[in-house]
Every structure is written in structure tokens, then in C-alpha cells.
Design a protein around this ligand. Structure first.
Ligand code: AMP
Ligand code: ZN
Length: 114
């Protein structure tokens, strides 16, 4: 828990969130500024700053995130697909330095990212 980290504080319950899923490893909640009908952020409960900080010691948290993503997508009715996005670091457009994956769905997305 990093008390300076907004997502650690959300996971700890100090800041309210619209929670959609939680287990031993993972916490997921709706993005406050949704870019699509379904826009959910899936985070490890452990503070990992970004994708670049994933290593052999902490990668179990990433595996658990992807197990959770499949469950959340089913629960949200995203039967025809969705997009998973991770922004990493300054050039990647990451604004909150606690690893998170965006689930974007509920609309037909184009093939291009940029
Ligand atoms: P990123 O740019 O990948 O770091 O994404 C950060 C995301 O966190 C943005 O889409 C924000 O809208 C979202 N966000 C920031 N603060 C909150 C909050 N308190 N509750 C829910 N989503 C948030
Ligand atoms: Zn954190």
C-alpha cells in the first residue's frame, strides 16, 4: 500500500469507487471518465507502478488480472469482444502510476489504436 497512490487508496477503501470485481489479488472498478459504454480498470491489489516493473517475482499478479478480465467481461455481457489497454510510462500516456488494464467495450471498436 502506497498512501500517495490514488489506486492504492481506492483499493483500501479510503476513496470511493464503483467496484465491479474483487478477489485476493485483483480489484476492478469503473473508470470515472468512461470512453465507451463499458470502461473498467483492473488493478493488482499490490502496488506495482507500471508494466515495466513486472518481473518474475510479481508476475502472478498480472496472471490473476487476466483471469479476472475474462470473468469481468462475461459478467458485463461483452460476448462479442472488447479491448484491453495498458498505458506504460510517460510516453505511453500513463497518468496513474499503479499498474492497471483498461477493459473497453460495449461498442464496436475500430482496428486502429492511433
Ligand atoms: P491511465 O491514463 O492509463 O493511467 O489511466 C488512468 C485512468 O484512471 C483514467 O482513465 C482516469 O479516468 C481514471 N481515474 C482517475 N482517477 C479515478 C478515480 N478516482 N476513479 C476511477 N477512475 C479514475
Ligand atoms: Zn498503488
Amino acid at each position: 500500500m502506497d498512501s500517495n497512490c490514488i489506486f492504492c487508496r481506492i483499493i483500501a477503501g479510503d476513496i470511493p469507487s464503483s467496484k465491479v470485481y474483487e478477489d485476493e489479488y485483483v480489484y476492478a472498478f469503473r473508470d470515472i471518465n468512461p470512453q465507451a459504454p463499458v470502461h473498467i480498470l483492473v488493478c493488482p491489489k499490490e502496488h506495482i507502478a507500471c508494466a515495466d516493473a513486472v518481473n518474475a517475482e510479481n508476475s502472478v499478479h498480472v496472471a490473476k488480472i487476466f483471469e479476472a478480465i475474462a470473468k469481468i467481461a462475461k459478467a458485463e455481457g461483452l460476448t462479442n469482444g472488447y479491448r484491453v489497454i495498458n498505458n506504460c510510462g510517460e510516453d505511453g500516456g500513463q497518468t496513474v502510476m499503479h499498474l492497471h488494464f483498461h477493459i473497453i467495450g460495449g461498442i464496436k471498436l475500430g482496428e486502429k489504436i492511433l
